[in-house]
Write a protein that binds this ligand. Structure first.
Ligand code: HPA
Ligand code: ZN
Length: 346
């Protein structure tokens, strides 16, 4: 089944590009860019020590500390291109045919790296992936919820972001970082402005926070997709509503275990979602930090729930239909899915 899962044409909808920064590239860029990582933290003494620390996150906030610290090494356009390319190459090996990639411009702006630099590097990586790997890719700008909405509005209004929107280098917006203290409704205005600019809308909700954050994201922010959303199962009425509306969740199993949102993959409401008809895709979130890329997440789910090839096909299909690419690209991916289905040993 693992070979079949690899061969399935996969769409990734929940990958933070900064979360694909493997310790090897992190140390390499730190040395190239003369960046000193925090010497008081023994985790930064070697790749092994860092990976070991990544194995012991206690919460979303504990992870976010390492995630934001590591970004210090990303300084130049080339660094962002190298990061994006390293992710696209690995995703392609795992059978990803379409990737919608998050990035956190505010975390780079705070360090004096312009939005134009970040987007130029990521766009170069995307162009290469589209040409050399035949992957389709999109870019989703995330607002950081631990910063005030005024900062998100300032980013939205900035000439760099407006230029990227006009150039169609950005396809949508998302909302990430610490969820519990910063509910979705705080970002109502910036979501309304983003929608008026023609951007697609998604938001992290129901990861560490309650199901009510899923409802507010849908009905106050007006998102068309929910990132994580595992707490949806706590509210059966809302779950039925989401199922009926066909709204897709982008689930990240290994992330949820590493960040202690669940004790193990077994606790994830995947069978319940399949039963109720809630659409979802399976994703890696921050693969450098959570012990696996997308295929590892597919395999972990399979090893726990032993899904049938038909169930896997329905998951891959939901991922294609829930993508934000053109219908022509969706048709190509549907054909790839048909090829994978025919190759399945009976
Ligand atoms: N949740 C919230 N914020 C994030 C995440 C996540 O899983 N990854 C990167 N920023
Ligand atoms: Zn995420």
């Amino acid at each position: 089944m693992h070979a079949y899962l690899k061969a399935l044409p996969k769409c990734e909808h929940h990958i933070h590009i900064e979360g694909a920064l493997m310790p090897s590239l992190l140390f390499d860029l730190a040395s190239r860019n003369n960046i000193t990582l925090p010497i008081e933290d023994v985790a930064y003494t070697s790749e092994e020590a860092l990976l070991d620390r990544y194995n012991r996150f206690t919460s979303l906030d504990d992870f976010l500390g390492y995630y934001y610290t590591a970004m210090a090494v990303l300084q130049h356009e080339n660094d962002f291109e190298a990061l994006a390319w390293s992710y696209f190459k690995k995703a392609h090996e795992d059978g990803v045919v379409h990737a919608e990639v998050f990035f956190d411009p505010q975390a780079h702006l705070e360090r004096g790296v312009s939005v134009a630099t970040v987007i130029a590097g990521l766009t170069a990586g995307r162009t290469r992936a589209e040409k050399e790997l035949n992957m389709s890719t999109m870019l989703i700008c995330c607002y950081l919820r631990h910063l005030p909405q005024s900062a998100a509005l300032e980013l939205f209004d900035s000439s760099d972001l407006q230029a990227a929107i006009t150039a169609k280098e950005i396809d949508g917006v998302g909302l990430d970082s610490s969820e519990t203290p910063f509910p979705p409704e705080l970002f109502k205005d910036v979501y309304a402005k983003s929608k008026s600019a023609g951007l697609r809308l998604t938001a992290h909700a129901g990861e560490e926070g309650p199901a009510s954050n899923i409802a507010t994201s849908l009905f106050v922010l007006g998102v068309e997709r929910i990132d994580h959303g595992i707490r949806l199962a706590d509210d059966p009425k809302l779950m039925m509503k989401v199922a009926r509306a066909g709204t897709m969740l982008s689930i990240c199993p290994l992330s949820n275990v590493r960040l202690r949102c669940v004790k193990s993959v077994k606790e994830l409401p995947i069978p319940k979602f399949l039963e109720t008809g809630v659409k979802f895709s399976i994703n890696s979130d921050d693969p450098a930090y959570f012990g696996g890329f997308i295929l590892d997440n597919y395999c972990a789910v399979h090893d726990e729930f032993n899904l049938s090839p038909q169930q896997w096909e329905s998951i891959a299909l939901a991922g294609i239909n829930g993508s934000w690419c053109s219908s022509a690209r969706k048709s190509e991916m549907l054909q790839l899915l048909e090829v994978a289905r025919k190759a399945l040993p009976s």
